[in-house]
Each structure stands twice: as structure tokens, then as C-alpha cells.
Design a protein around this ligand. Structure first.
Ligand code: HEC
Ligand code: HEC
Length: 241
């Protein structure tokens, strides 16, 4: 008779398997608010692209997943690489840029456009802040969740939002704002802080689909102090979810 019971062995084996699953080809939670058009793109990305590409927003960690199997199919890490809509559509149709590894037309038509719009918006979110040492080493730490904003900072942020007239163009229920010129900010708080920051201080760098360039003033980076800007972002992350 064996001294190790079969049940114990099974538990140990399962623990080993799940540890590998988490560290190797983990698919984690999608970080885009459900119900938004971008969420559809995130879901498609997680289903079709995550096996080979990493992107925290889509809960995907495929870029590094195949090292142990020595396969050449791990593609670029989209946490640290920006992509344009046109580049993504081209890569989807052509099978990457080289045409050698990535299969062609994994998504087509409207689905391809949705994934391209999603990647154009979210890829490279971590390049907008100076690269940290861990990002340079492959971006593994880039999937860390954004820490919860502090209470007092968010209170200051509410007054920054109001005093800068953001509500004249944007809807934000928490602030009683109902502007219709720009996109609603009611769900913006689930975006990474670096992305919200970029949208505020450099609004023309990435234009929200369906809106025109050059309408949101490009001057907030100069007129809002760094502390007020941090507060504004903390506020949006707290109330706009
Ligand atoms: C089987 C693995 C695999 C899958 C699945 C895959 N890719 Fe790729 N992809 C790669 C590899 C490898 C490269 C880099 C080599 C190249 O460009 O040919 C790449 C390159 C790219 C590039 C060019 C990146 C750059 O800046 O160089 C884009 C954009 C891209 N993929 C998007 C996607 C999208 C969107 C999907 C899902 C619809 C997807 N990929 C699915 C393996 C894959
Ligand atoms: C004169 C109108 C106007 C004002 C004032 C304005 N915005 Fe905008 N904003 C826009 C428009 C139009 C867009 C969409 C085009 C773009 O992405 O730049 C936008 C985009 C954004 C986005 C990106 C939204 C998304 O869905 O990705 C954020 C975040 C944002 N604004 C925050 C602010 C904040 C915070 C303020 C105040 C400090 C502000 N805006 C003031 C018009 C405005």
C-alpha cells in the first residue's frame, strides 16, 4: 500500500497545472468597460490574438507564453507597442508584417475593423509614460492593476473637472455634467491612468472613434498643475465606472 493517497497526488498535480496556466498563457480579466464598443474588440482580441500577443487591457499575455516550447509564434507585446488602425488591419490581412508566422485573416470584415479600432486605442498605453525598467525587460509588470485612488485627491479632482469646463463638452453623471460635444466620460475611469492623462494633456494624439480632431483644447497640459491633473485622473477613476 502506498503511503501517498491518490487524492493528494491529484491535488498536487492540479496545483502544478494551474500555476503553469497562470504564469504562461494567462488570460486575465478584460479591463475595458462592458457595454462599450471597445469591449467587443477586447473580447475578439482575447479570443483570437491573445495566444501570441500580450495586452493587459484585453487580459492577454501571449507574447511570452511560448518561450518554454521554443515556438517562434510569440508576437509583439502590445502593452509597450503602439499601433495605428491601418497597421493593424494590414497585419491582420497580411499575417503580421513578415507574413511568416501570424495566420492571415483570423478576423475579417467588421470584426477586423473592431479589433483594429480597439488596438489603435489601447496598444502602447504603457509607452505614454516613461518606460520603467520592468517594461524594458518585456513588460511583464505592465499588467499590474492601477492602485485605488486616494479619497482626498478625488475630492480635489471634482473641483478641477468643474473649474476647467470639462462638463461643457462631456457627460459625467457624477458631476451632473451633460455636455454633448465630446464622448461621454461615464466609463472612462476604467481606462488606465496613463491613457486618461494622455487624453487630457495631448487630446490630438489619439482621437476617440467618431469624434473630430482639434475640438478638445490642447492646452490643459500647460494650464492644469501636475497635482491638479493627478487629482482629476483619480477623480475620474473613482467616479466614472
Ligand atoms: C500564431 C500567433 C499569432 C496570432 C494568433 C496573432 N498574431 Fe499578430 N503577430 C504574430 C507574430 C509572430 C508577429 C511578428 C512577426 C510579423 O510581423 O510577421 C505578429 C505581428 C503582428 C502585428 C504587427 C506588429 C508590429 O508592430 O510589428 C500586428 C498589428 C498584429 N500581429 C496583430 C494581431 C491581431 C490583431 C491578431 C488577432 C486578430 C493577431 N495578431 C494574431 C503572431 C500572431
Ligand atoms: C471644447 C470641448 C471639450 C472640452 C472643454 C474638453 N473636452 Fe475632452 N474631448 C472633447 C472631444 C471632442 C473629444 C474626442 C476627440 C479626442 O479624442 O480628442 C474629447 C476626448 C476626451 C477624452 C478621451 C475620451 C475617450 O473616450 O477616450 C477624455 C478623457 C477627455 N476628453 C477628458 C476631458 C477633460 C478631463 C476635460 C477638462 C479638463 C476635457 N476633456 C475638456 C472635447 C472637449
Amino acid at each position: 500500500m502506498s503511503s501517498i493517497r491518490p487524492k493528494t497526488l491529484l491535488v498536487v498535480a492540479l496545483a502544478a497545472v494551474s500555476a503553469v496556466a497562470v504564469s504562461a498563457c494567462g488570460t486575465q480579466k478584460i479591463q475595458v468597460a462592458s457595454g462599450t464598443p471597445m469591449h467587443g474588440g477586447a473580447v475578439l482580441f482575447q479570443e483570437r490574438c491573445a495566444g501570441c500577443h500580450s495586452l493587459a487591457t484585453a487580459g492577454s499575455n501571449g507574447s511570452a507564453s511560448n518561450i518554454s516550447k521554443a515556438l517562434r509564434n510569440n508576437g509583439p507585446n502590445f502593452n509597450v507597442r503602439k499601433e495605428s488602425y491601418e497597421r493593424v488591419l494590414y497585419a491582420i490581412q497580411n499575417g503580421g508584417f513578415s507574413g511568416a508566422i501570424m495566420p492571415q485573416n483570423i478576423v475579417t470584415g467588421a470584426e477586423a475593423k473592431l479589433v483594429a479600432a480597439f488596438l489603435a486605442k489601447y496598444a502602447g498605453a504603457d509607452v505614454r509614460t516613461p518606460a520603467s525598467p520592468s517594461q524594458m525587460m518585456g513588460g511583464a509588470a505592465a499588467a499590474k492593476p492601477v492602485p485605488a485612488p486616494k479619497q482626498d485627491l478625488a475630492a480635489l479632482g471634482a473641483s478641477v473637472f468643474t473649474s476647467n469646463g470639462c462638463g461643457g463638452c462631456h457627460q459625467l453623471s457624477a458631476a451632473g455634467a451633460n455636455g454633448q460635444i465630446g464622448p461621454s466620460l461615464n466609463k472612462i475611469g476604467s481606462d488606465p491612468a496613463a491613457m486618461i492623462r494622455q487624453s487630457i494633456i495631448n487630446p490630438n494624439a489619439v482621437i476617440t472613434a467618431g469624434y473630430a480632431k482639434g475640438i478638445m483644447p490642447p492646452t490643459y497640459g500647460a494650464s492644469i498643475s501636475p497635482k491638479d491633473l493627478d487629482a482629476l485622473i483619480a477623480y475620474l477613476q473613482k467616479v466614472a465606472r
